[in-house]
Write a protein that binds this ligand. Sequence first.
Ligand code: OSB
Ligand code: MG
Length: 367
Amino acid sequence: LTIDSAELHIVRLPLISPFTTSTGTMHEKVFPLLVLKSGALEGYAEGVMDPLPDYLDDTISAATYFLREAILPNVVGKSFENPQELEKVLAPWRGHWMAKATVEMAFWDLWAKALGLPLKTLLGGTGDKVAVGVSLGLQDIEATVEAAKRHHAEGYKRIKLKIEPGHDVELVARVRAALPDARMSVDANTAYSLADLRVLKALDAYDLEYIEQPLAYDDIHDHAVLQSRIATAVCLDESIRSAADARKALASDAARVVNIKVGRVGGHLEARRIHDIAEAWSVPVWCGGMLESGIGRAHNIHMSTLPNFRKPGDTSSARRYFRKDLTVEWLETEGGMMPVPEGPGIGVRLDREFLESISSDRETFGA
Ligand code: OSB
Ligand code: MG
């Protein structure tokens, strides 16, 4: 399959309301959108890095530079039999998992379309819908309790609360009191340290499915110490950038649940390796989210059809975040289940007209 040309856009999608985590507040979703073309076919993916290194150290400007100067000149005009062949081109460069993922994922979509098969089938997944939970950003306790009740009533299969020091035990206690039977989790986005052991241990009283990334983004060891001191399962998100990270985390009991974000770990191949390692350790995985547009969400939904995605993912409805999505199709949950888009590749169409109206920057490569 020959990649004839590529288009790289920077897209700004307004958010209906700001999304706050312990690392900051997002007012609009800004991301690179990559289109890889072969003949009449187009493959799509979006990068999950932020403008500034808020979530991890990847940034849009570093990714754009790397794509423009190195990756795209090495893949445009070239032929690749399969994603494994393309991955060999990316492998020698260090880090930049999110930039690599953008190209790898767009190629999977293109390849699946060339073969006339849904992405899930090529990944080895099955089924036509996946279980979904919701991630609620930081806001005052009253508002969080109301949002939790509303989403629980809509059928979301797990309620995840963002927490940070000073906004944790009481928040969880209040939501738990309002929803005694709901599946619940918390996500600290690295806001704590081992000095906060008492607070993290206090969360054991609320029957949480897991505590997501309580400690530093680059620290697997301290999470292992924490896991040995608390009953609630630790789930790693930021700390897992590769299958090697997953192996180290699972071998040291630093996590009993893993959040897989395809865009965080370099693409579908590495996401699948992490899925397989976790399965070998009998550790369930679930699919995270980065407030992606329908393009990124569709990739995540296809990945979520693999068998060890045994907990609800964060691929909630697009309407929660956007007035208008980048895809023609709206990705909407029904009773806490997200349908897997049908048809070849990721199964959703790019809304070209809308893209042209909001793309603030556009570069083309080849052709
Ligand atoms: O840590 O899971 C996270 C959103 C932006 C940055 C980091 C995270 C999140 C979420 C997922 O919680 C929200 C979503 O995509 O619906
Ligand atoms: Mg997280």
